[in-house]
Ligand binder design. Sequence first.
Ligand code: TPP
Ligand code: MG
Length: 348
Amino acid sequence: MHRLIAERGLDDTEFTADDARAALRDMIRARRFDERALALQRRGWMSGYPPFRGQEASQIGAAHAMRDDDVLLPTYRSNALQLARGVPPSDILLFRRGHAEYASDHDVPVFPQAVPIASQIPHAAGVGMAANYRGDDRAALVCFGDGATSEGDFHEGLNFAGVFDASVVFFCENNGWAISLPRERQTASESIAAKADAYGMDGMQVDGNDPLAVREAVERGFEKARAGEPVLIESLTYRQGPHTTADDPSRYRDDEPDLPEWRTRDPLDRFESFCREAGVVDDAALDAMRDDADEELREAVERAEATPEPGTDELFDNVYEELPPELARQREEHVAFVERTGPFDIER
Ligand SMILES: Cc1ncc(C[n+]2csc(CCOP(=O)(O)OP(=O)(O)O)c2C)c(N)n1
Ligand SMILES: [Mg+2]
């Protein structure tokens, strides 16, 4: 288990005060985004939302280990990672309001967020193999949850990556739950990191409530991956909220996670205290970070609200380069239906 702030002061790490400040700033941005998104969903602003509260350290640490041209393959839970990589918050909000991914033309190398569990893992193996064939120095980081490790795609992706020396960091955020299924029922393996063995790669566990430990672990992972040695990193974190806004976790779990003594419950509180003690931030700096995050969010919500709703026939876009005849026919029928009856309304 790789830990850092649980055992050391900032001076005993390879990180600077600027590194710690940058991590804290992005964790605050992420937490504010998540809280705001949840509130917007509750008032019907978007159809559903999967909160990542509790996973900020894990995701920001991983994001800060990436180089600009490294490729991110996120899931629906990896919005903090996307924000820290530079995906505009309005793009993430617009996706949740029915728009295609990435409404703006940002240049962050990022795949669409995967909703079918583990489908992005073989894609990452492909991206890593392509980097190798081309002799590029870039590598991929693919996110997935503990539940995803039970899918065939997980095994196929890691197997390919191991055999073909793909430049990939497999980043599993073990948040304890796959909807209502606890980690102990997910796999009989002692850990998820242990699964790396079977594919001829290194596996490690990291304290996912510590952004600097995660950053260090993922940086080491990237070093290997760039040399054609894929790695599997299991980030031990916790999903504090519901699976999505449609879920009620009180039906299947107690609120208080069972944590080892070296770990606190909330990664943001813990890292804030660490940064204060290290003299990295004071009250004024923290207030400024919160104000900046709120201002960025206010603009993002404004931009999203000013964007016209997508037409329902956009459903047919972005899947095929050329729409197959049967789908083209369905699209025409759909457009004619909407013209006849007015825009689709879920209440009717
Ligand atoms: C192929 C597939 N099967 C089932 C689902 C339904 N589903 C959505 S999320 C989820 C659990 C995923 O858990 P985990 O991989 O631990 O990720 P987390 O949600 O905890 O981040 C399931 C089964 C799905 N989206 N895709
Ligand atoms: Mg999970």
